[in-house]
Ligand binder design. Structure first.
Ligand code: FE2
Length: 439
């Protein structure tokens, strides 16, 4: 049996909790939306939420029940409606989608069957595909949330979830400065001892790093406002050729959800306009905007190997066994990382000092996804996992992001986790941190 079906150390009780929790989050994300909001406008970056609910049910059914469990489909029309690899994105608004109640009923029936699998004791293959379907639902949860931001819907009421700690967050503010990381051989990628990894993280392999200096914190909204005020969006020399073409076509003059407010700026937070919080990370900027900021600031984006080295190594050696999270191997909690949607939005970049990496970089996990300089590509020896459309179709066209954002589910993440979007996406929960040009 292939390595993705290795015996899992995830207990059935944890699996059951995660199935319940993922399902509750999905319902939270759509419960208050009217039927017409569940369809929404035809945009390249989002799906009709009604389709996305059915797609979650279909994906889980396809892998856990039909593929691993060899069961017959619950709905004869599910493949024709909800297979994301077969149903072209632009046509999803034209499909004969079942109404909300039928769609939710499909989701509920699939979840009940998955529960039966978990409670009778799943096989290693079933465990793998239950985890895959939970993580798939978690990722779509982030997409539901940015869909709501894109469309100006109100913020949803999210049930508090995930690991929490009683200690409250520390005061905010800025966190200036870099840390210097000496060069050497770094081991990039996931260790085969991990319980579950996506194919694009496999496997750990040596890469050579030169010494570099990386910011302790992501770029803040006030720092990005300086770039905007300095005419950064009209200075051709700050942009790559592709970036400038994007800027001209989009007529972008500032981050997508910003609006001038007297002498300052405000930003749209779901359905409301709020004053820009100076020390929160800039968010909803695309790779081109991040790259242009870096050129203006005399900085650069980190490569994904640099990012991972700053998050996952100890000061004594780049090549020592890596840490699973910046602070060590304990799972994230609320003192260490802004995750799980437990706070509605980002926190200041100086918050969560308990989550610092051994090098002193803060919030590498949580708050905002961080664009890296790296193109999304396969690691040496890449082999696609059964869900073949997850990584491979996107190699070469997407940029890598690292770390997770405030709505990302903690259970999904680790230092080696690779996210990927096309460089023009401004709707996702992405910001960035920078490196010095020279050490
Ligand atoms: Fe999907």
């Amino acid at each position: 049996m292939k390595d993705e079906h290795r015996e899992s150390s995830i207990q059935p009780a944890t699996l059951a909790d995660w199935v319940t929790d993922a399902g509750r989050r999905t319902l939270d994300l759509i419960a208050d939306l009217a039927d017409e909001q569940l369809v929404g406008p035809r945009l390249a970056t989002i799906n009709p939420p009604l389709w996305e609910i059915g797609h979650l049910a279909w994906f889980t059914e396809k892998w856990v029940l039909r593929y691993a469990g060899a069961r017959a489909p619950l709905r004869a029309d599910a493949d024709a409606l909800y297979d994301s690899a077969a149903v072209a994105h632009a046509t999803r608004w034209d499909l004969p989608l079942p109404p909300r109640d039928d769609t939710l009923d499909y989701l509920r029936r699939v979840r009940e069957c998955v529960f039966e699998v978990v409670q009778r004791g799943p096989s290693p293959a079933e465990t793998y595909f239950v985890l895959l379907s939970i993580f798939h639902e978690d990722m779509h949860g982030e997409a539901f949330l940015y869909t709501r931001q894109t469309l100006g819907y109100p913020a949803p009421n999210l049930t508090q979830s995930g690991p929490r700690a009683s200690e409250s967050a520390t005061a905010g503010g800025p966190l200036p400065g870099d840390v210097e990381i000496p060069g050497g051989t770094f081991l990039l990628g996931a260790d085969p001892a991990e319980t579950f990894v996506f194919d694009n993280e496999k496997w750990i392999h040596p890469v050579e790093l030169s010494s570099f200096m990386i910011a302790r914190a992501p770029v803040t909204q006030s720092q990005f406002a300086e770039f905007v005020e300095a005419g950064g969006y009209s200075r051709r020399e700050l942009w790559t050729a592709t970036g400038w073409r994007w800027r001209e076509a989009s007529e972008a003059r500032h981050p997508v959800y910003w609006q001038r407010d007297g002498r300052g700026w405000r930003r749209r937070d779901f359905g409301y306009w709020v004053a820009l919080e100076p020390h929160r990370p800039v968010i909803h900027v695309n790779w081109h905007e991040a790259d242009a900021y870096c050129r203006w600031a005399g900085r650069r984006l980190p490569t994904e190997a640099e990012w991972e080295a700053a998050a996952a190594t100890r000061r004594d050696s780049l090549s020592a066994p890596k840490l699973r999270f910046p602070w060590g191997d304990r799972p994230p909690d609320t003192t260490r990382a802004q995750l799980d949607g437990n706070c509605p939005g980002c926190c200041d970049v100086a918050e969560r000092p308990a989550g610092d990496s051994d090098w002193g970089c803060r919030q590498m996990i949580g708050n905002v996804w961080e664009w890296t300089a790296s193109d999304f590509g396969p690691y040496p020896g890449f082999v696609a996992d059964p869900y073949r459309e997850y990584s491979q179709p996107w190699f070469g066209t997407h940029k890598v992001l690292r770390g997770g954002a405030w709505p990302t589910r903690a259970r999904l993440l680790r230092n080696t986790w690779r996210n990927f979007y096309t460089p023009d996406r401004r709707d996702v929960w992405a910001g960035f941190r920078t490196c010095a040009l020279e050490v």
